[in-house]
Design a protein. Structure first.
Lengths: 324, 358
């Protein structure tokens, strides 16, 4: 299988008053055709900046984006703006966390889906409308022909996210980047949307990069997972291996931090301390101030992301951790 | 969880609480409708226990919390704290009572005054409750230590803190005046997972140390399962199921609870299960459906459900508002601990985190 998207040593730097800050600091991963990669991490770990950098949505300057983003063999970072616009919304799509702010309140739902279709396809308005209504039906919006003429404020949060998905998938993109697509939704609505994404992926074979802070969502939909911490990938593995054999202390702590429905817990294994801020320059492994396994070497040098098993890589000097 | 002492009178008794908000339209503010935010909610809270109010957006859980604190005036119904009806109290008596009941809000960013140092924020309630100036400093130091902050944090401003630390300040403020009941309104929803765990552990430690009662308002059932003694599930302004935590999670009765439980993504890819996925959205609370309010989304709804409102009826202490709950089998059983092979390696490694945080 060939990689549809290959990100190599991506580095996104912002100039701040205290000097340059690399929000994404040397991130590499790849996504194969039709697979779902989960990018998981807490606020400020750089997961959203990673996705915006891939889409060419980080304004340069003030930011600086370096590395390579190969989509179908072409480097998106070196592509002229016109070429990127041709790709976005067509073969490469994105949905965001807040469906209200990503829909234009002054246009009907139908006009907004049509705009995307007509931008990329030479087709009549009538055909575009038919396709838009078919998409609304496909994302299971009730009475799609009527909803087509509605303005976004008339729809609930879950319905708006469906509209965003309909718009993103109208032109059968090969890759969908979904940035916290269900975070703003209630759990029963989240379950609907996740189910919908799963089914659409099966029907259309779209590869997905799913960005989330929720390990539960990752477990439900991802095939592979990359865990990010302070701008770097600290662990990368197939989903089953990540949950059963996590190697990085951060992943282990994160899994212990979630209260679980099916397990009795006396106390959560909270990770003490907090994520380093842009100002704090942590030398060595960025997780070492919070890591109960840290040794001198962790404070001195930054560990590389190295393979511990087939398709399972971890950036930790202490891996494999001794436990018996 | 601390044992609940049998007492004649609960700490808090809420009876048939109703809150309707008027929808006003036009220049003259004519009332064009009423949002039924809370519609006949009753419950007791015993000293030292955690009552969880759970449900999705618009179910009325936060409004209920505010009514309990009398931050909102109820349309009807009563709230009694230690046997005293809140509606009958004058300003002074109410202020005294506010010392015994306090609140932790969801958003630690919005609920702290950015122009006051943490020390000033914490001293304010102490001054209101008449603590002498000299003692206040000391109490602030004590309370900061209690929530895991350092005394020197008193001189800092809220913006100098991270989200988790700010929520610790929020907790410190709630505990400054030694309350007996704390309403926690989504206290960890805005926090990152690793920070959320710190705060959840802290809330639990503080409860066992100080004997606090919590009304814990949340949408996250996993957190609720970790903290609650009893759970009330709300839907469109009403309690649809009310039971002890063990009973509710082991054998949920209301179809809405079934759906809510099965909608939660489980962080374990080896444990996929059958799901109840509800159709549609929560109806408009200004025009709730007739009869059972859940019937428009309920996979088991029948004719009777639109005609008659099912009462919240208790059976062996497990109350449910559904005409047909006896006939509805819970979907796939919730994955239990029995057939879960324990991951000894993961548990041993996570113990290192527990040890470092103890």
């Amino acid at each position: 299988m060939t990689a549809l998207l290959e990100v190599r040593d991506l580095r996104t730097t912002f100039a701040t008053d205290d000097g340059d800050f690399a929000a994404v600091d040397g991130v590499s991963f790849s996504v194969d055709e039709g697979r779902t990669l989960g990018l998981v991490g807490e606020s400020g770990c750089g997961k959203s900046v990673t996705s915006l950098s891939i889409m060419g949505l980080v304004p340069q300057p003030p930011a600086r984006v370096e590395g390579e983003v190969l989509f179908d063999g072409c480097d998106l970072l070196r592509m002229p703006a016109a070429g990127l616009r041709e790709l976005r919304g067509n073969r490469l799509s994105m949905i965001f966390q807040e469906p209200m702010t990503s829909l234009n309140p002054a246009f009907t739902v139908g006009e907004q889906i049509n705009e995307a279709i007509l931008r990329h396809r030479k087709t009549s308005r009538a055909d575009a409308k038919a396709l838009a209504i078919a998409m609304l039906e496909r994302v299971r919006i009730p009475s799609p022909a009527q909803r087509y003429d509605d303005y976004p404020h008339r729809l609930s949060g879950g319905m708006r996210q469906r509209v965003m998905i309909a718009m993103a998938l109208a032109l059968s993109p090969r890759l969908l980047i979904a940035d916290e697509p269900t975070t703003a939704l209630d759990v029963t609505i989240q379950a609907q949307i996740l189910e919908l994404m799963r089914r659409l992926r099966e029907d259309m074979g779209t590869a997905i990069v799913l960005i989330t802070h929720d390990l539960g969502v990752i477990a439900e939909v991802a095939d592979d997972v990359a865990v990010m911490y302070a701008g770097r990938i600290v662990e990368r593995a197939p989903v089953a291996a990540l949950f059963s054999e996590p190697q990085h202390p951060y992943t282990i702590g994160l899994l212990g931090s979630i209260p679980q429905l099916h397990v009795q817990q006396a106390r959560l294994a909270a990770i003490e301390g907090q994520v380093p801020t842009a100002r704090a320059q942590v030398t060595g492994c960025r997780f070492h101030p919070r890591c109960p396994f840290a040794v001198d070497r962790c404070r001195e040098a930054s560990p590389p992301l190295a393979d511990v098993a087939a398709r399972h890589a971890v950036a930790c000097w202490r891996a494999p951790l001794p436990w018996q | 969880m601390s044992a609940v002492e049998p007492s004649v009178r609960p700490l808090l008794r809420v009876d048939a609480l109703v809150k309707h908000f008027a929808i006003r339209r036009g220049v003259f503010g004519r009332t064009s409708g009423r949002v039924h935010a809370v519609d006949g909610v009753s419950f007791d809270v015993e000293a030292g226990e955690t009552l969880a109010l759970v449900g999705e957006s618009g179910c009325g859980k936060s409004t209920t919390g505010r009514l309990v604190l009398r931050l909102l005036e109820p349309t009807s119904g009563t709230v009694e704290f230690e046997g005293r009806n809140l509606a009958s109290l004058d300003e002074t008596a109410l202020r005294d009572l506010r010392g015994a009941m306090s609140v932790i809000f969801q958003d630690p960013y919005a609920s702290l005054n950015p122009r006051m140092t943490v020390g000033q924020t914490l001293e304010e309630p102490l001054a209101l409750h008449g603590l002498a100036q000299g003692r206040r400093r000391e109490r602030v130091r004590e309370i900061l230590k209690l929530v895991g902050l350092a005394p020197e944090h008193a001189r800092r401003y809220p913006h100098e803190f991270s989200g988790g630390q700010r929520q610790r300040v929020g907790i410190a403020r709630a505990l400054a005046v030694e309350p007996r009941l704390v309403v926690c309104d989504e206290p960890v929803s805005a926090l990152d997972v690793s920070i959320q765990a710190q705060v959840v552990n802290l809330l639990r430690d503080l409860q066992s140390r100080l004997g606090l009662a919590y009304i814990f308002i949340a949408h996250d059932l996993a957190v609720v399962k970790f903290l609650a003694t009893r759970v009330a599930v709300m839907y469109l302004g009403q309690i649809v199921e009310f039971a002890g935590k063990e009973a509710l999670f082991a054998a949920p009765r209301h179809p809405y609870t079934h759906a809510l439980l099965s909608a939660i993504p489980i962080p374990d890819p080896a444990r996929h299960r059958g799901r109840v996925i509800l159709e549609g959205d929560i109806p408009d609370p200004a025009a709730p459906p007739s009869g059972c309010r859940f019937r428009t989304r309920c996979p088991h709804a029948r004719a009777l459900c639109s005609q008659e409102t099912p009462p919240l009826a208790a059976d062996d202490g497990h109350a449910v508002a559904c005409h047909f709950w006896r006939e509805i089998a819970p979907p796939a059983p919730l994955p239990g601990t029995a057939h879960t092979p324990r991951n000894a390696r993961l548990e041993a490694l996570q113990a290192a985190f527990r040890a470092s945080s103890a």
